[in-house]
Write a protein that binds this ligand. Sequence first.
Ligand code: UDP
Length: 326
Amino acid sequence: MKKHVLVTGGAGYIGSHACKRLFEDGYQPVIYDNLSTGHDWAVKWGPLVLGDLLEKEILESVFNDYQPVAVLHFAACGLVEESVRDPEKYIRNNIDGSKVLIDVIKAKKCPVMVFSSSCTLYGNVEQSVLDESLPVQPINPYGETKLAVENILAEERQAGGLNSIALRYFNAAGADPEGEIGEDHDPETHLIPRVISAALGQLPEVKIFGDDYPTEDGSCVRDYIHVSDLAVAHVTAMEKLITGELPPAINLGAGIGSSVKDVVACVKKISGRDFPVKIGPRRDGDPAALVADTALAQKELSWSSQYSDLETVVGTAWQWHQNQNA
Ligand code: UDP
């Protein structure tokens, strides 16, 4: 019989790609999602249990029914601006919800958890290439909630109750290369889908948030990692934790910096469409450049990105959005 893996937030963007990968690698994902931001159409590789992290009884029954060998924990609220407006919501869903999940995991003696964390934890840093040895100092409530859960997991590791890892993503982007699933947020704030929407005529223009940064072309530089590369890293981390140890946190990025202007040019090239681009003011809280040092991921997970060159990231995303639009 296939081994079950519980995937919280498995109907969401990154979670659903992880489910596909788990299934391809011979596991049976069990999706736990309240569908607040996830989609039932993204649940394709296992059963969906509708529930919230705060609903302890439903969670307990999932563990009783499926006896998962591990948990991939994606379910969380993830909008920085919203977290500033409504920090209570983020404390409740991201911290309190994770605490309930961790309690149930321990009570049911499931040994392994892979936690979805973020490079937001590093806050406003001086350097542009970030490794895991940097101090963590989040600058918004969303980042605070990710740090709080990492800290709880660190305590649990020390107490020997739960073997876990926090995977700190840079900018997740792209879509399943086979076109089965992709990104669909509402509201959509992320750069690549917004630029694609402009190419599809769904937005009147692209606004570049600042072109006076100390970067090569003046626009912000980010590390866009393909969502299918993230999915592989999760399954690998899970397998390593089942048989051994990993460091408490690992960065997941492509290790490549692309500017906002690079992304706009790439979408124009891949789509073959032109659209208006305007320069706007800087967006509050945006650091000039964030790129992952991927050495630890390579060493500990024997992992390197396969799809995370900008053309593949944009190309798969373009394909997905074009099909959705058709
Ligand atoms: N950005 C932009 N215009 C947009 C959306 C985003 O110029 O319509 C910029 C944003 O300021 C940042 C980069 O694109 O420098 C990536 O932003 P995104 O929101 O995708 O991810 P973040 O890095 O904020 O997590």
